[in-house]
Design a protein around this ligand. Structure first.
Ligand SMILES: O=C(O)CCC(=O)C1=CC=C[C@@H](O)C1C(=O)O
Ligand SMILES: [Mg+2]
Length: 370
């Protein structure tokens, strides 16, 4: 394929209700939706999952826009690409900025799959026709969190993740366990603790959690290994894993027993597949993380989670979990706690142009004039 035009749609959508984490609260979601057209007129969609604020990782919507306009898109325009897995090499002179790179790679995978006349899941190596999914509940009062768990259990979610923070962990989990003794439950701390909190974290072993996600800082690979030795609960790493190399170090040191894979965090689907394969070879189960994203990235996550070692339900909730109206047609919906893996060539969902226009703040068109 030869890339003719890249359109960056900068959008904003309001969450159906605020989502609170240990580091801050999301109320609106600014996103960069990437539309790529090749010389054959084939259109692919990708999404940059960076947030407006550098809370989760250092990338933001504005830093991503800078990288895309000045460096990444110019290196892609007019280029002939045989396979999307060439992109990491093509972008290798741009350090990090993985979410910006992943947004472009996602759109190129969509075009590639359409040219092959295959669903995205199939070209990624997916083996499932549907996936089990989980949901995330932000920090709130215990009664309100219990109410949400109740509601999502009725909707069919298979796994429940709650956000925790120092001072709001054991008491919260105790309350949840009293109401739901057998709930498949896990907790995500988003790096809010240090190794000095070891004794408090050990208390969380009492709640039969499936895992505790990212208790320590993203660069605390060694401290996570020390902590994992003391905990019965498996540690899952999210923010610490930016690459296959990070996964190799973490698994070798025993810093985690589970890995959360987000294509955006690791620089794209190619690196996500490499991490998946490495974890599979080392008997480390993985699951697909979420980024409060629009349906474009959500649909891509469904395809990725069809790979064989995604054995734990991921944070791939229905479109309605965060949005009044999604940007794709049809919506992502659950049936019996499962989301079907699309069998339509490419991403398998259409972009709703009317909805896109309504949520667009700015449109940037970058073309190859040579
Ligand atoms: O997409 C969702 O529904 C929420 C997923 C989620 O937990 C996260 C979203 C955004 C930033 C992070 O705090 C985060 C995570 O840590 O996994
Ligand atoms: Mg997380």
């Amino acid at each position: 394929m030869n890339i003719k035009r890249v359109t960056l749609h900068i959008t904003e959508m309001k969450l159906v209700f605020p989502f609170a984490t240990s580091y801050g609260t999301y109320r609106e979601r600014e996103s960069i939706l990437i539309e790529i057209e090749d010389m054959d007129g084939c259109i692919g969609w990708g999404e940059v999952v960076a947030f407006s604020q550098p809370w989760y990782t250092e990338e933001t919507v504005q830093t991503s826009l800078h990288m895309l306009r000045e460096f990444l898109v110019p290196s892609l325009l007019g280029r002939t690409i045989e396979h999307p897995s060439e992109l990491p090499q093509l972008f290798s002179n741009v350090k990090r900025n993985r979410m910006a790179k992943a947004g472009l790679e996602g759109a190129v995978w969509d075009i590639y799959a359409q040219h092959k006349n295959q669903p995205l899941a199939a070209v990624l190596g997916g083996v499932r026709s549907d996936i089990e999914v989980g949901v995330v509940i932000g920090i709130d009062t215990l009664p309100r969190m219990l109410q949400q768990i109740e509601r999502y259990a009725v909707e069919g979610y298979q796994r429940f993740k709650v956000k925790i923070k120092p001072g709001y962990d054991s008491e919260l989990l105790q309350g949840i366990r009293q109401a739901f003794p057998n709930l498949p439950l896990m907790a995500d701390a988003n790096s809010a603790y240090t190794l000095q909190d070891k004794d408090q974290l050990k208390k969380l072993d009492d709640f039969g959690l499936m895992m505790i996600e990212q208790p320590l800082a993203d660069d605390d690979i060694l401290d996570h290994a020390l902590l994992q030795k003391e905990l019965q609960t498996p540690i899952c790493l999210d923010e610490s894993i930016h690459s296959l190399e990070d996964a190799r170090v973490a698994i070798t040191l025993g810093s985690c027993r589970v890995v959360n894979i987000k294509a955006g965090r690791v620089g794209g689907l190619t690196e996500a597949i490499r991490i998946h394969d490495y974890c599979q070879a080392h008997h480390i189960p993985v699951w697909c993380g979420g980024m409060i994203e629009t349906g474009i990235s959500r649909a891509q996550n469904v395809a990725l989670a069809a790979l064989p070692n995604f054995t734990i339900p991921g944070d791939i909730s229905a479109s309605s979990r965060h949005w009044e109206e999604d940007v794709i047609i049809p919506d992502i919906t659950l049936s019996d706690g499962r989301v079907p893996v699309s069998s339509v060539p490419g991403l398998g969902y259409k972009v709703n142009r009317k909805r896109l226009r309504n949520i667009t703040m700015q449109t940037i068109v970058l073309e190859n004039h040579s």
